[in-house]
Design a protein around this ligand. Structure first.
Ligand code: KG4
Ligand code: ZN
Length: 345
């Protein structure tokens, strides 16, 4: 079964063709990241306008790269929540129109389900459930137990910021640009992770699998203010060594919390596999530390390709296949678009 996936929840305009949930035939992405670099973050109106410009060429490219014509496509899967509403609407309206014209069933996919299914792309061995997934990006930060295909239990989530959001805001304070994750990881390569003692929010017993990164963000802000002697937080006053040390110390604090909670939850929930997903799963230190700490009998998976970590449409087409197998396609053309919605609802 060949599914065309469409993803426009944030600043990436993406379309892909995936066969049977795993075989990626094409994965086209047009990013408007260079526009958002000028503003230090995503401006929703700018992102939506770029989606309008890019969506048709990107869909055409996905079909051409896959060597497919419309008659070869069995269904269209599209991200319908959560995300920026104006951005989601472009993808959903496009998918609805194409489904109507070409008479294809529609599969509305939850964005986080898409990230979770990024680990099934190019996977050869059958999965062993239950699988514990740490899915971490700019917009979400969750621990999800996948009991079977499309049976999600959210066992932990952030009480405030996601780790990706913290990476982006800290990078901005340090003058490292957007997106922050790759920039901080690069600066951290030349920094000392013990130079600054940043807090790790492991939280109380009732929140043992929940996360909080707002305190860490504030601690970095305070460190910058002290380093610049109370001046106005102008990153140009920070020397390169301090930027690298703050980056390394911050990254270590995030990775300590994410990995500790993941390992503890995997043990407690008797997970048979552990998966990392979402933009932050591209982080090499996170992958390394989780691999080192995890029981060697539990296999760890992260997306086979770095482009499957950040937003892409292959993961939406992949998730759409497993969702369709459960009979969860939409016979109607009315898809509800929501900026917020839980995976478990
Ligand atoms: O999944 P994604 O593309 O978008 C959302 O669903 O939000 O994730 C983007 C996030 C950004 O916050 C970005 O800074 C972060 O993923 N990210 C990273 C890395 N690459 C991207 N964070 C840490 N290390 C990285 N190498
Ligand atoms: Zn995402």
């Amino acid at each position: 079964m060949k599914i065309l996936g469409i993803e426009t929840s944030c600043d990436e305009t993406a379309a892909a063709v995936v066969e049977d949930g795993c075989k990626v035939l094409s994965n086209a992405i047009a990013s408007s990241v260079d526009l958002h670099q000028q503003t230090g973050g995503v401006v929703p109106e700018v992102a939506a306008r770029e989606h309008i410009r890019q969506i048709s060429p990107v869909v055409d490219q996905a079909l051409a790269d896959a060597g497919c014509q419309w008659k070869d496509i069995d269904a269209i899967a599209v991200t319908h929540t959560p995300g920026l509403v104006a951005s989601l609407l472009i993808g959903v309206n496009t998918a609805q129109t194409l489904a109507y014209i070409h008479k294809k069933p529609l599969i509305p996919v939850h964005h986080i389900a898409g990230h979770i299914y990024s680990n099934f792309l190019e996977r050869e061995k059958p999965p062993v459930f239950p699988i514990l997934v740490l899915t971490v990006s700019g917009g979400h930060n969750e621990l999800v137990l996948l009991k079977d295909h499309f049976q999600f239990e959210v066992v932990g989530e952030t009480l405030d910021d996601s780790a990706g959001e913290a990476f982006d805001k800290v990078a901005r304070m340090l003058g490292l640009g957007y997106p922050g994750g790759p920039a901080i990881a690069k600066a951290a390569e030349s920094g000392n992770p013990e130079a600054f003692q940043f807090p790790r929010a492991y939280l109380d017993k009732n929140n043992q699998f929940n996360f909080s990164f707002s305190g860490l963000k504030t601690a970095v802000r305070t460190a910058i203010i002290h380093t610049t002697e109370g001046e106005d937080m102008n990153p140009r006053q920070l020397n390169r060594r301090v930027v690298n040390d703050i980056s390394a110390s911050f990254q270590m604090a995030v990775v300590d919390v994410l990995s500790d909670k993941l390992i503890k939850a995997a043990k407690y929930l008797k997970a048979k596999e552990v998966h990392l997903a979402g933009g932050v799963s591209a982080n090499q230190l996170l992958r390394q530390v989780v691999s080192e700490k995890l029981d060697k009998n539990i296999p760890i998976h992260y997306p086979k390709n770095l482009s499957y970590c950040t937003d892409n449409a292959a993961m939406i087409a992949g998730a759409g296949f497993f969702q369709a197998e459960k009979g969860m396609t939409k016979p109607t053309l009315h898809i509800e678009v929501k900026s917020q919605s839980s995976l478990a609802s």
